[in-house]
Design a protein around this ligand. Sequence first.
Ligand SMILES: C[S@@+](CC[C@H](N)C(=O)[O-])C[C@H]1O[C@@H](n2cnc3c(N)ncnc32)[C@H](O)[C@@H]1O
Length: 265
Amino acid sequence: MTGLPALRERYERFEPRAYLDNNYSPPRADFSSEGSVVPWKLRCLADTFGSGEIRGRTLIDVGSGPTIYQLLSACDHFEEIVATDYLEVNREELRRWVRGDPGTFDWSPFIQHVCKIEGRGEPWQDKQLRLRSRLRRILPIDVHRPEPLGAPLQPQADALLSAFCLEAVSPDGAAFTRALSNVSSLLRPGGHAVLLGALGESFYLAGSVRLPVLPLDEADVRRALHGAGFELRRLRCYVMPPELRTGVDDVQGVFFVHARKPGGE
Ligand SMILES: C[S@@+](CC[C@H](N)C(=O)[O-])C[C@H]1O[C@@H](n2cnc3c(N)ncnc32)[C@H](O)[C@@H]1O
């Protein structure tokens, strides 16, 4: 496994557009089948945020990358969404989407699908507008620092979201647990954490660069959550079907976690 300095160097060659095409275009983004991976992730998020239990003033998304799909159900329940990423190219991609610049990735099929599964009959353009208006801060982050944002987030966030970040940037299990504990400092006691991540993955492609991933199994995820002091509420796993093993990575499955930071009221 690559050490941290080498990993940081490789990330400098991350190509947002290639990453988006690999993971958020057909066949992985196939909205005609609820069993496909992207609809499965969106369903987990819609069910969890739709329960109404996770809400508040601020939600922070850790390692947002160039993507916004993970925020579509969450954005209804928070006044402000803070997106974060290590790379300026990804932060710029998000700013371009918020501004509605021409030529940005087309998230409209994702937004339409989420409106459909949420079942409130909301026009998708209204949700797009809501997310754009609530996504006010897009900040640099490094999950390997004890203060990932360089300074404490004040006040701490009411909820934390992170999708496919920690295992993609951690050289080993100890670094993964430490990163989870670092980002937990951004969350208020009693706050909720929602995580999506890769199972059994050792690499992914983002253009010409091949990025190493820490292969995790379900027990590793449980152990890391426990080690970082979270109370696990729900863990769901998805097995990647053969037709979605397209060669852009070697992911075996996906985990979805809802956990809580102890304390609070
Ligand atoms: C696999 S992508 C996940 C992107 C997106 N959240 C998604 O669901 O597709 C991993 C992200 O982690 C970011 N990253 C790399 N090093 C990081 C670090 N040290 N701290 C936080 N994020 C980092 C990358 O720039 C990239 O956007």
